[in-house]
Design a binder for this molecule. Structure first.
Ligand SMILES: [Cu+2]
Length: 330
């Protein structure tokens, strides 16, 4: 199952360029689309100026359109990603570690050999020939299952800045987002090289704890309090769900008009409406998919109000992965 899961992750960010190309062509026929607006960086939004504590190395990441702006190389160890979404759409940043296969580092460029396989597979799947389509994945290189989803920043609404700390080993990584707009996955991938570092680093100190697992769902282990919080998200296990992906945790600010049923169904990328912008709620970051036993740390200044933790899985409520909570005023 892990192999299938990873293959679908790869499918997502390989399939995107083909679909995006098709959309950009078709967009010319209609009114100005959100996608075309996104390539215009003049239309970026102003993000809130936040000051949050940093654990380990600070890596600032910006999105101004369908892009990630971040350093090409960063040091290994504890790494705090501060992600500012200056675009008009909701995004996330998931960090994938590329494997070394037969003594050779797999690079972003290596993916260039793969698109024909995915194109063939998707052609079949789109025609309803799922079995034949999935059979195409047997042509994929043996290193695919070795990609490690290392965590990252959860869904972030336009104008928001979110921060998540994870531990990075040296290696070659890809940062990706596969939120959809007009039914098309975002084409957002960048390579990041993590260099061996001997810098002394500070491990995060948590003020709150959450856990997530298939058995227990999302479990809030510490009552939320207003103010600056560093929230440890413990991944007790990690197995793919029906959408071929693992679980993660996203922070949602609830409003009076929030429709939780709509939010619940929005978290499934395999449906036409799922993960398609505009998002039905305000997202404030989170902890992306990590291996079993790993912990990601979300740092956020919690204001009094109503919130929810939710996973990007099909029907998270049924999996105990939609948890509301309230932060009371002080
Ligand atoms: Cu995106």
């Amino acid at each position: 199952m892990n192999t299938q899961k990873r293959k679908f992750r790869i499918l997502i960010f390989l399939w995107i360029p083909l679909l995006l190309t098709g959309c950009l062509i078709s967009c010319n026929r209609g009114e100005k689309s959100v996608l075309s607006q996104q390539v215009n960086i003049e239309e970026k939004v102003v993000v809130k100026n936040v000051t949050l504590p940093v654990f380990g190395n600070l890596v600032e990441v910006r999105t101004t359109g369908m892009n990630f702006i971040l350093p090409e190389e960063i040091p290994s160890g504890w790494t705090t990603f501060r992600y500012s979404n200056e675009s008009l759409l909701t995004h996330f940043m998931l960090v994938d570690k590329l494997p070394v296969a037969d003594g050779k580092q797999i690079t972003y460029a290596d993916f260039g050999n793969i698109p024909p396989i995915f194109r063939d597979a998707m052609d079949l799947i789109n025609k309803g020939k799922e079995a034949e389509g999935f059979a195409e994945f047997s042509r994929l290189p043996s290193w695919f299952p070795e990609i490690i989803f290392t965590g990252g920043v959860g869904l972030v609404s336009p104008g928001e800045t979110a921060q998540t700390t994870i531990y990075l080993d040296p290696g070659t990584y890809v940062v990706e987002c596969y939120v959809k707009t007009e039914g098309i996955f975002h084409t957002m991938t960048e390579q990041v090289i993590v260099k061996e570092s001997s810098l002394k680093q500070t491990a995060p100190t948590a003020t709150m704890n959450l856990s997530i697992s298939r058995v227990g769902g999302i479990e809030i282990l510490t009552e939320a309090e207003a103010g600056l919080q560093t929230i440890a998200v413990h991944f007790e296990d990690q197995e793919p769900h029906e959408h071929f992906l693992g679980h993660d945790v996203h922070l949602v600010k609830l409003g009076k008009d929030t429709n939780l049923d709509k939010l619940n169904s929005w978290m499934t990328w395999t449906t036409p409406e799922g993960l398609n912008t505009p998002a039905p709620v305000k997202f404030l970051g989170g902890a992306q998919d990590m291996p079993s036993g790993k912990t990601g740390y979300i740092t956020v200044d919690l204001k009094p109000g109503d919130y929810a933790w939710i996973a990007e899985v099909p029907d998270p409520e049924s999996k105990n992965m939609l948890k509301q909570f309230t932060v009371s005023g002080r």
